[in-house]
Design a protein around this ligand. Structure first.
Ligand code: GDP
Length: 433
């Protein structure tokens, strides 16, 4: 998906526009910790466009002075986006800080669309003419508070979207990423995988998105490890900030089929691990939980089970994800990783025939009667799988409102008992017949 980034000095209204474009997206899953709160990166659908959007204003660069902050945010936009929306404030006119941002964007050769915000009524339109001086062509008047002008602005941005088919890999290739906090051992794990006897590494390929991916082959199965570059530290100021590393991880997740959530056995589980894992789940990716540095833990026969219980408690929404305990350092069990990736990738693409699904659903209904509300009872007519990656089911019913969350969970469990789906989320939608 194309990536749009919003840049501009503080208080021009970047987050207002971001939120307007993203809209309120209601998550159907209730127990994911705070992934939608405080969001700076999101997928968005607007008119006929389907893209991802970044609010660089939400990336706090720490103790840097004002101007340095703005510059770092602009650089992030340049590194990460296909199109940049450069936002200014029509009420203030062109300020020196706007000119600084313009200079950085100008040098970058990225596509830039200039927006002049806070043009709340037609009389104010004259304010936009000064902004031609920034050198990005026609300024687009918008009003974040009234939601005016966004359609035209996004039309202009969409003209710079990369054309379909320009990027990415064939369907037969399994794309996966390793995500986790700095120092959990992601790069060490990649190196361990690449060093395996049966693994053949093709050359490092730069993609259209200046992310560096690594291609490898094992027993005729091709893989691409997404954003290997993001796992190495490059040393720009902003690259050590948490928001930026989260952003980088979210982008990698977006491009992956399978996400390896890497934990550090030495340090246990923290909130940031959960947020990123929650995003992988929300995005419908297959997930494997990897516990690295298992060599550092003093063990007896109960240690692994106890650690597993802890993980299950913290990652309730990932109950389907297999857990692999290993050590990138001693290479113990690192050879298990690619076979597990194969397995969850297969679940992620699994298709089940409609007749078999209906046998399972009807047995489930016979065992546990459908819920009722205000005297009407949910009636299930039939169910069918409508998509893979992740497996997605539509259940045709008398009234979708009667499909209670807990009943949906029950049906999900029954489908899992019958068909496995290990390592993949599955989605169920109730539709009126
Ligand atoms: P990344 O930031 O997640 O890519 O982490 P690195 O791969 O750079 O590893 C961070 C540090 O942890 C390095 O000093 C590694 O040598 C060390 N490390 C990685 N894997 C293991 C492991 O399995 N056991 C131990 N003891 N140390 C490890």
């Amino acid at each position: 998906k194309p990536i749009v980034a919003i840049v501009g000095r503080p208080n021009v209204g970047k987050s207002t526009i971001f939120n307007r474009i993203v809209g309120e997206r209601v998550s159907i899953v209730e127990d994911i910790p705070g992934v939608t709160r405080d969001r700076i990166y999101s997928s968005a659908e607007w008119l006929n466009y389907d893209f991802n959007i970044i609010d660089t204003g939400g990336i706090d660069i720490g103790d840097e002075p004002f101007l340095a902050q703005i510059k770092s945010q602009a650089e992030i936009a340049i590194d990460e986006a296909d199109v940049i929306i450069f936002m200014t404030n029509g009420r203030d006119g062109v300020t020196p800080a706007d000119e600084e941002v313009a200079k950085i964007l100008y040098r970058s050769k990225k596509s830039v669309v200039l927006a002049v915000n806070k043009i709340d009524n037609p009389e104010m339109r004259e304010q936009i003419y000064d902004f031609y001086a920034l050198g990005f062509g026609e300024p687009f008047p918008i009003s974040g508070t009234h939601g005016i002008g966004l359609g035209d602005l996004l039309d202009a941005a969409a003209e710079h979207f990369p054309k379909e088919g320009e990027e990415e890999y064939g369907d037969e290739v399994i794309k996966f990423s390793l995500i986790g906090r700095p120092n959990v051992g992601k790069s060490s794990l990649v190196n361990a995988m690449l060093g395996e006897e049966r693994v053949i590494v093709s050359d490092l390929a730069g993609t259209t998105r200046d992310a560096i991916d690594t291609k490898l082959v094992r027993d005729d199965q091709e893989y691409v490890i997404i954003d290997t570059a993001g796992m190495r530290k490059k040393g720009k100021v902003y690259e050590s900030t948490e928001k930026y590393s989260v952003l980088r991880a979210l982008k990698a997740i977006e491009r992956s089929d399978v996400v390896l959530v890497v934990l550090n056995a030495e340090e246990g589980i923290i909130e940031q691990d959960k947020r990123i894992a929650g995003y992988a789940h929300e995005a419908g990716k297959a997930v494997v939980i990897v516990v690295n540095k298992w060599d550092t833990v003093e063990k007896d026969e109960k240690t692994m089970r106890e650690f597993e219980e802890q993980i299950r408690e913290h990652f309730l929404f990932l109950s389907y994800a297999p857990i692999v305990f290993l050590s990138a350092k001693t290479k113990k069990r690192t050879h298990k990783l690619l076979p597990v990736v194969d397995m969850v990738s297969e679940s992620h693409s699994q298709r089940v025939p409609t007749t078999v699904i209906n046998d399972v659903i009807m047995d489930a209904v016979a065992m546990n009667p459908t819920p009722t509300h205000n005297g009407s009872r949910l009636k299930i007519f039939y169910a069918t799988q409508v998509a893979i990656q992740p497996p997605t089911f539509v259940v045709f019913v008398n009234d979708p409102e009667l499909m209670h969350f807990s009943y949906e969970r029950f049906l999900e469990n029954k489908l899992r008992e019958a068909f496995g789906f290990e390592g993949t989320p599955i989605k169920i939608f109730a539709r009126p017949r």
